[in-house]
Ligand binder design. Structure first.
Ligand SMILES: NC(=O)C1=CN([C@@H]2O[C@H](COP(=O)(O)OP(=O)(O)OC[C@H]3O[C@@H](n4cnc5c(N)ncnc54)[C@H](O)[C@@H]3O)[C@@H](O)[C@H]2O)[C@H](O)CC1
Ligand SMILES: [K+]
Length: 527
């Protein structure tokens, strides 16, 4: 769970980017590492005392590794000891492996009388671990951004034993065993109740499985000057209310529907009229001024009944009743003076309809969002993407991404951020890689990881609503990256709004429609 503390957009960094910022702060700016370490531990201690009531009255065991993560642990041990806590420290590597600020703080513990045990890989593990099994709370200061490889040996046994204890575990910076740059479990990893991370959130805190392992996350300000982060050129951030609010200001009083743009939609086919309806209703609820649905003529009477605020335009159809290639010129002509286009949901994979959608990709002259069957049509000839005349936003789920890239869904899911960034840059399109913690990538390197949403969203039609949201923000003139981010965040937040009242299943796509303006209103009013 990620706490939205209302701060500015929360940057997401890799372990090496964070290490470089540490280095610049210490070596170029001159803030001693010991000051950063002290600030880190003080901030972590305050947060941990919020998470575990009466923490300093509990039996605390600090497990420390051989690097500065361990150093943070030693300082935490001192701070809790000074408050009268019954705190013990375990050093998991011989002290002669310690150096710098970690060694300094290790020696301080010895001088002030904090019990410090040194565990030895060669000794009986069970006997050593028994000494800490009575702990009420474990502080995990074993590994942080310095994790370099799979966790093995003593570290592995300690992490697995701690997880088996089931006591509250408070992780310093990163749950040990989680790769801060990817969120992957490196062999094994601590399952933390809470994690205090320093200066900036890491990617590993925001994407699964690292996100779940982190528990409640708090970003602690340790005194690194903002210019260090701002000067880093990092354009990766968590998509939350704080990130979206600046984009969504209340509309001026004199707004009329012409200002809010006109979205054209090509969606629906026999048996799949719901997808078209959900897309169009999502667009209307997100503020598109006008929405016109191009619909195969045989379905027009049905759509006229299903939709009220949305206009329909019957188009020629194939024998199967799907959109025909003959409709191309009519659609292009109508779209000449419109602001945005959306296509694909429920369109069908009828060969002529697929060809129509590929032709629209290369000939439409307004920003367009492609989803569902339009993505399948494009994956048969991805080169059409580079022939587009206007910005494109693609919204694949992992299976559709596999068809677009030729990679397996396993490969895609193992590196969602990298997959999305590479595809976006290669094809010059904006990419929304859907799933838990949806990723939004722009060709210029901007990247966002969505913080909103609930498991209840895994139900038919949710994607159609998302396409409508994105199309609506495109129609209102938002930059394609912002339009995609707003659609993704609001989509998840609207589901959370409704989900709070229902279980994690059985949430219908149409049920999130009324929550969309509620979420938008909250963003518009936020400071
Ligand atoms: N972000 C900040 O501004 C600050 C962060 N601090 C803390 O410093 C650590 C990073 O410290 P570092 O020494 O670079 O790395 P670690 O402590 O994470 O540990 C590395 C240590 O462990 C060894 N190691 C690496 N991989 C493995 C493995 N798989 N198995 C066993 N051992 C491994 C490696 O050789 C090193 O010796 C950061 O997380 C914060 O907690 C600063 O204290 C304050 C400023
Ligand atoms: K840790």
């Amino acid at each position: 769970m990620l706490l939205e503390d209302g701060a500015a957009a929360m940057l997401l960094v890799t372990a090496s980017e964070m290490a470089e910022m540490d280095r610049r702060t210490i070596e170029d700016i001159g803030i001693p590492g010991a000051v950063l370490m002290e600030n880190a531990a003080r901030g972590a201690a305050a947060f941990f005392e919020q998470v575990v009531p009466d923490l300093v009255q509990r039996r605390i065991v600090v497990l420390a590794g051989s690097g500065n993560n361990g150093g943070d642990g030693f300082v935490l041990a001192r701070l809790f000891f000074n408050k009268g806590a019954r705190v013990r420290t375990v050093c998991l590597r011989p002290p002669d492996r310690l150096k710098g600020d970690a060694l300094t703080n290790f020696r301080i513990l010895e001088k002030i009388g904090v019990p410090v045990a040194v565990w030895d890989e060669s000794q009986d593990f069970k006997a050593q671990f028994e000494a800490v099994e009575d702990a009420d709370v474990i502080v995990d200061a074993i590994l942080g951004t310095g994790l370099q490889s799979e966790v093995r040996g003593l570290y592995r046994r300690v992490i697995d034993a701690v997880n088996a204890l089931g006591n509250p575990v408070l992780s310093v910076d990163i749950p040990s065993g989680i790769d801060g740059s990817t969120g992957r479990v490196m062999g094994t990893a601590i399952r933390a109740t809470a994690t205090a991370t320093f200066a900036l959130a890491k990617i590993g805190h925001a994407v699964p499985p690292g996100e779940e392992h982190s528990g409640i996350l708090k970003v602690i300000d340790i005194g690194i000057p903002p210019l260090v982060a701002h000067g880093s050129g990092i354009r990766r951030f968590l998509l939350d209310a704080a990130a979206c609010a600046p984009w969504l200001r209340p509309r001026p009083a004199e707004t009329h529907k012409g200002h809010a743009g006109h979205l054209g939609v090509l969606a629906g086919s026999p048996g799949k009229t719901g997808a078209a309806a959900l897309l169009c209703q999502g667009a209307a609820k997100a503020g598109a001024g006008l929405v016109t649905l191009f619909v195969p003529s045989g379905l027009n009477p049905i759509m006229e009944v299903k939709l009220t605020e949305v206009m329909t335009l019957p188009i020629s159809q194939t024998l199967e009743g799907t959109a025909s290639l003959e409709a191309l010129e009519g659609i292009l002509g109508f779209m000449e003076d419109k602001e945005a286009f959306a296509m694909g949901p429920g369109s069908s994979l009828q060969p002529e309809t697929r060809e129509l959608m590929r032709r629209l990709v290369t000939e439409i002259r307004c920003p367009a969002v492609l989803d569902a069957d339009a993505l399948t049509a494009v994956s048969e000839d991805p080169a059409v993407l580079s022939r587009a005349q206007a910005p494109l936003i693609l919204t694949p789920h992992p299976g559709e991404m596999a068809r677009l890239t030729g990679e397996s869904t396993g490969t895609i899911q193992a590196d969602r951020l990298g997959t999305a960034s590479r595809f976006s840059e290669k094809h010059g399109v904006f990419l929304v890689l859907k799933g838990h913690r949806t990723v939004v990538a722009a060709p210029d390197g901007r990247l966002a990881v969505n913080g909103s949403g609930t498991p209840a969203m895994a139900s038919g039609g949710m994607g159609d609503v998302l396409t409508g949201l994105i199309g609506a923000f495109l129609a209102q003139g938002f930059d394609p990256f912002e339009a995609a981010c707003l659609g993704v965040y609001i989509h998840g937040a609207a589901a959370e709004e409704v989900h709070a009242a229902v279980a994690t299943r059985g949430l219908l796509a149409s049920e999130i429609l009324p929550a969309i303006p509620i979420v938008i209103g909250r963003l518009e009013r936020s400071p």
